[in-house]
Ligand binder design. Structure first.
Ligand code: C2G
Length: 131
């Protein structure tokens, strides 16, 4: 059976930590589906607009060879609907979300990967600001 993997993220100011997690997610199955947080969701989640708008963030993710399908994640409350709609067998996320999505164990396998250390969008923004 072909295995479908789903993951979610903002992927703002795209960096190698994002590449690493998406590669790891892709290695779990045959098809990788990525939900990219909309600008509105990001505003509500982090209280600031992303540096790159949702269309640019989606385009970057879509251009990766190991990503097969992309869509906008409009609400954190819709995860179950997205998993069902995209017929995902596995939900994979970085371990900053450890335990947060265990409730979906009834419809798919839930996997958490260790984050890539020492890199984040917030840190990059701080470094650029200080230059
Ligand atoms: N990530 C990572 N290592 C880093 C930075 C990020 O593995 N150094 C992973 C995160 O754990 C996450 C993915 O990259 O799985 C995307 O990270 P963010 O863009 O920060 O996504 P986030 O805002 O956490 O959105 O529904 C869930 C949300 O949409 C997730």
């Amino acid at each position: 059976m072909q295995k479908r993997v789903i993951t979610f993220g903002t992927f703002d100011v795209f960096h190698v930590g994002h590449v690493n997690i998406l590669e790891r997610c892709a290695s779990l199955g045959d098809t990788l589906i990525v939900g990219v947080s909309s600008d509105a969701l990001n505003m509500s989640k982090k209280n600031r607009a992303p540096v790159y708008n949702q269309y640019d963030r989606l385009k970057i993710i879509q251009s990766l060879s190991f990503v097969d399908e992309v869509f906008f994640e409009e609400s954190l409350e819709k995860k179950r609907d997205y998993i069902n709609y995209y017929r995902a067998d596995v939900l994979a996320m970085g371990d900053d979300w450890e335990g947060k999505f265990d409730e979906f164990n009834d419809i798919c396998e839930v996997v958490y990967f260790p984050r890539t250390p020492s890199i984040s969008t917030t840190e990059i923004i701080e470094i650029v600001k200080s230059i």
